[in-house]
Design a protein around this ligand. Structure first.
Ligand SMILES: Nc1ncnc2c1ncn2[C@@H]1O[C@H](COP(=O)(O)OP(=O)(O)O[C@H]2O[C@H](CO)[C@@H](O)[C@H](O)[C@H]2O)[C@@H](O)[C@H]1O
Length: 671
């Protein structure tokens, strides 16, 4: 009886405190309200001597639902009220960790054991991304305010360090035609910064224009013989150690020619299958034969094969090395940046790849009837990317949304069934960006610098861009930009069809891109048709891309599909508001503008539109233009929210590490 009264009083006190917390948040938290009412009812039950007090006790220690945590973190650790048992008693008698942040794939605090309410102020200092608004903080105090905080520090878990080998056709700044180059130029540096040993293997392209980029790479090791394409081919390696990464370049005469890594003005090179077969074979040899910094990477390494150009690597590990006891402890991850390109060639080319004949099935690919060229065409082909989907230990895409899209008929580019069958090893991690290279406060390519605290430089960048391109210098005229490969993927046909209607409005439009010759021609023609409103810069020019990103007000991205997309990330970092098709990584990274959220102060960083049609694109652009013209404070809010986001590779690198852990947790692929 006495114990029950004590418990009852204790409950009343809890209830009172719940109410105090509740009143402070002005009835804004349904969760706090729910818990206050529950506590109150249970305290009454106990007071009237029902035997349900045991139930109360179990309720008292039930974990709060995860939604009560919100996604934010730091709540101030409040000292326990005097009526509560002492900390030591609580430790002894409390059930084990009733309310804790469990180690999870995406949480930084996985290496900390925390009892009851968690997360300290200093966490939010270390990880500013997790800082919360006052309102959320109060809500959370309202919810958990009656719990005391008992923290048991454990030393951080030692992260396992790996020997990582990136294999890629592009790595900036040495070679770049698009986002693959950006990612393979910066993710390795982020991983090296986290203590891994990282090598990037890519071709040593000498095209007579940008050869000096390889000037610091020195020949290393002896020549290596690669057996493929009916003979023996000698490759050499060059290496530069920079930013903690071993940049290794495979040298062969087939990489020495004018043009970009894949082709020239006449189209794609006819021997690309040979060039990238060579790259994959050489990359498999590099960790075994190159003593970088005095030591080889050895057999227990982790290969990251990027896109189809490197997709032979997992197949070679499974078919050529492991059966002979080599690379038994290595793992491979296929990273898909773009599923549209799969390295498909006639089936007769299989024998060129340097693979045992019995592995044909791994690469076997049959075109659907409608895609065959004539009645006798059996549609038989080899598909290198498919081989990697079959044989790699894990598969990654560059955003979560895209990792789902590729398992659908619409987004799977013919591989959706196979990819669906590999769902258990398929994940998506959103790319980061190189925040030093893309920093409006220090960017060497832009004429004026600015930051979220002082936006004045952006207006100057806009004026400078208008002047550079011969457009009227008009601060109030919305300036819309597009940057990208002129390709079916990027939806440039939609821009073509919408331009006449769009330019009826008082706007200016700038396009930078190269690729499809027909679109290039159209850009030139449009420039003369809309002399005072449109500029089309045909070519690949990195400094100009920075100046457009900084100078425009709006960046348009009507991509048909977009595995991640980097331009929208660059744009947001530069206070340029993206308007994009709601697909893949664009949907994942752009938060739609909502002017009414947060008591009218708004939220969101841009607009996404759906479906992919001229009408919906013009609709979204119309909203953006109107907001730009009529609602300046809202526009500034959009810019600042975009600029304040965390775009660093750190978060993504941590998620990559978790995937590495999973890769090594399971045995490697063997047939
Ligand atoms: N004419 C030009 N002049 C100068 N710079 C130009 C340019 N055209 C494009 N660029 C630059 O190339 C990069 C393009 O990156 P994206 O992510 O948009 O596209 P991409 O389709 O190549 O990459 C693929 O891989 C990346 C990386 O994973 C994914 O984000 C993406 O969705 C996927 O399609 C950006 O840095 C852009 O500024």
């Amino acid at each position: 009886m006495w114990v029950e009264i004590q418990l009852g009083l204790y409950c009343m006190e809890l209830f009172a405190r719940e109410l105090r917390g509740f009143s402070r948040i002005k009835k804004k938290s349904p969760i706090a309200r729910k818990y206050a009412v529950q506590h109150f009812l249970f305290s009454f039950i106990l007071l009237f001597k029902t035997p349900l007090h045991l139930l109360f006790i179990s309720f008292r220690y039930l974990p709060l639902p995860m939604e009560a945590l919100q996604t934010t973190t730091s709540i101030s650790a409040r000292s326990p009220p005097s009526t509560l048992p002492s900390r030591a008693t609580r430790r002894a008698s409390a059930p084990p960790v009733p309310f804790s942040v469990r180690p999870s794939l995406n949480r930084r605090r996985a290496n900390k054991t925390v009892a009851f309410a968690t997360i300290k102020e200093r966490d939010s200092e270390a990880f500013p991304k997790f800082q919360e608004t006052e309102l959320v903080k109060e809500e959370r105090e309202g919810v958990v305010g009656s719990y005391s905080v008992v923290e048991e520090e454990t030393p951080p878990l030692e992260r396992e360090k790996h020997s990582i080998v990136f294999v890629t056709a592009e790595a900036a700044p040495y070679s770049k035609t698009g986002g693959l180059g950006d990612v393979c130029g910066s993710l390795p540096v982020a991983l090296a910064g986290r203590g891994h040993r990282v090598m990037v293997v890519s071709p040593r392209y000498l095209n007579g224009v940008s050869d000096e980029k390889y000037a610091n790479a020195k020949a290393i090791g002896g020549p290596v013989k690669v057996f493929c394409f009916g003979g023996e081919h000698v490759v050499r390696f060059f290496q530069e150690y920079r930013d903690g990464v071993d940049w290794v370049f495979v040298d062969h005469p087939s990489y020495h020619r004018p043009g970009n890594p894949y082709g020239d003005a006449r189209g794609a090179f006819g021997d690309n299958q040979f060039r990238f077969t060579l790259l994959s074979h050489a990359a498999c040899e590099a960790p075994l034969v190159l003593a970088l910094g005095g030591f080889t990477y050895g057999e227990k390494c982790l290969f990251l094969a990027n896109d189809w150009h490197a997709s032979l690597v997992p197949v070679l590990l499974a078919a050529k090395y492991r059966p002979h006891g080599v690379y038994k402890d290595a793992r491979s991850i296929l990273v898909i940046h773009n599923l549209a390109h799969q390295g498909v060639e006639p089936s007769t080319t299989y024998e060129n790849l340097g693979l045992p004949p019995e592995w044909y099935g791994a690469l076997e690919w049959v075109f659907p009837t409608w895609a065959r060229t004539h009645a006798l065409d059996k549609g038989e082909a080899v598909n290198v990317l498919k081989g990697a989907v079959v044989t790699s230990d894990r598969i990654l895409t560059v955003s979560e949304g895209y990792s789902w899209e590729i398992t659908t008929l619409e987004g799977g580019h013919g591989l959706y069934e196979l990819l669906s069958s590999r769902k258990s090893i398929l994940n998506g991690i959103t790319n980061g960006i190189d925040v030093d290279d893309w920093n409006p406060a220090s960017d060497e390519h832009i004429p004026h610098h600015y930051s979220v605290d002082d936006l004045s430089g952006k207006a100057l960048c806009k004026a400078a861009l208008q002047k550079e391109l011969g457009l009227a210098i008009r601060p109030d005229c919305p300036l819309i930009g597009f940057i990208g490969r002129l390709d079916y993927q990027k939806g440039t046909d939609l821009i073509r069809s919408a331009l006449p209607e769009l330019l009826q409005d008082d706007v200016q439009f700038i396009m930078l891109g190269s690729g499809d010759p027909d679109t290039e021609q159209w850009m030139r023609a449009a420039e003369s048709s809309y002399k005072d409103k449109f500029r089309g810069w045909v070519g690949f020019n990195v400094p100009v891309s920075h100046r457009i990103t900084a100078g425009c007000d709006i960046l348009l991205m009507p991509s048909r599909f977009e595995p991640c997309g980097l331009n929208q990330l660059y744009a947001m970092r530069y206070g340029t508001v993206p308007v994009a098709h709601s697909t893949g990584g664009l949907r994942d990274t752009i938060e739609n503008f909502d002017p009414y959220a947060n008591e009218g102060s708004g939220k969101g960083t841009g607009w996404t539109f759906y479906p992919l049609s001229k009408e919906s694109m013009l609709g979204a652009l119309g909203l953006a233009i109107e907001t730009y013209r009529k609602y300046k404070p809202s526009w500034e809010g959009l810019m600042k929210r975009g600029m304040s986001r965390d775009y660093t590779w750190d978060n993504a690198a941590e998620q990559y590490e978790q995937i590495f852990q999973l890769a090594f947790h399971n045995p490697p692929y063997v047939r």
